[in-house]
Design a binder for this molecule. Structure first.
Ligand SMILES: Cc1cc2nc3c(=O)[nH]c(=O)nc-3n(C[C@H](O)[C@H](O)[C@H](O)COP(=O)(O)O)c2cc1C
Length: 201
């Protein structure tokens, strides 16, 4: 299933096509494809080139670790994410490795890396669904995440599935149109609250 963004201005087709599915096919992701997803994350920009991200990945055939990752999710997310072919936890190092000074862009950079991963996944015919609905402390315990690193988001990855496999409410959400604020609401110039002239058109 595809769900291209109903755009107001032209954007790259990959960005249009990326979306967050909840139905996944029962199909393993080859190792070379997984490598490409994290290679894409690797090439995200970051403050001071710190690359403050790490990912803990569990493919479905790795039953023990897949169950561990699934157990960190809130019930709602676990309900659909169990059909993903891989689960990942994005983890961020909150201080610069050398100076130990707080890295106030660590989460920003980790999000950028995951955005790169998501776009590469789209190019590879995969769907990625990020989740804030998980327990970071449970993830720390389950996977031995060290102090100074924090689990930021869980990620479900898989090939597109059949929305009919979802319970009725989730199926409705899967088929619902994608929506966004118009750019005039968040692109400003001059002073806060003043829409940039190009964005007002
Ligand atoms: C950081 C982050 C956390 C999210 N948390 C959840 C979540 O816990 N459960 C869920 O079903 N979707 C979650 N989402 C998915 C968003 O709801 C989704 O990206 C948004 O509705 C836009 O839809 P789209 O990605 O299909 O364009 C999350 C997305 C992001 C980026």
């Amino acid at each position: 299933m595809q769900k291209p963004a109903p755009i107001d201005s032209p954007i790259h087709q990959l960005l249009r096509d990326r979306w967050s599915p909840r139905s996944f096919a029962d199909k393993a992701i080859p190792d070379d494809v997984l490598r490409s997803l994290f290679e894409a994350a690797r090439w995200a920009p970051s403050s001071n080139n710190e690359q403050p991200w790490a990912y803990i990945v569990a493919t479905k055939d790795d039953k023990v670790n897949f169950e561990k990752a699934l157990s960190t999710l809130v019930e709602f997310n676990a309900g659909w994410a169990k059909s993903a072919s891989a689960l990942a936890i994005a983890v961020s190092e909150l201080a610069f490795a050398k100076s130990h000074a707080p890295n106030r862009n660590a989460l920003y950079d980790t999000g950028a890396a995951t955005a790169f991963l998501s776009v590469e996944a789209t190019a590879q015919g995969l769907g990625v669904h990020q989740m804030a609905g998980f327990d970071p402390e449970k993830a720390r315990q389950a996977f031995g995440i060290p102090e100074g690193w924090e689990a930021i988001a869980a990620i479900a990855i898989g090939y597109p599935g059949d929305p009919d496999s979802l319970p009725p409410k989730l199926k409705d959400r899967e088929l619902a149109p994608r929506t966004r604020k118009p750019i005039r609401e968040f692109v400003m110039a001059g002073s806060w609250g003043h829409t940039a002239s190009f964005a007002a058109k």
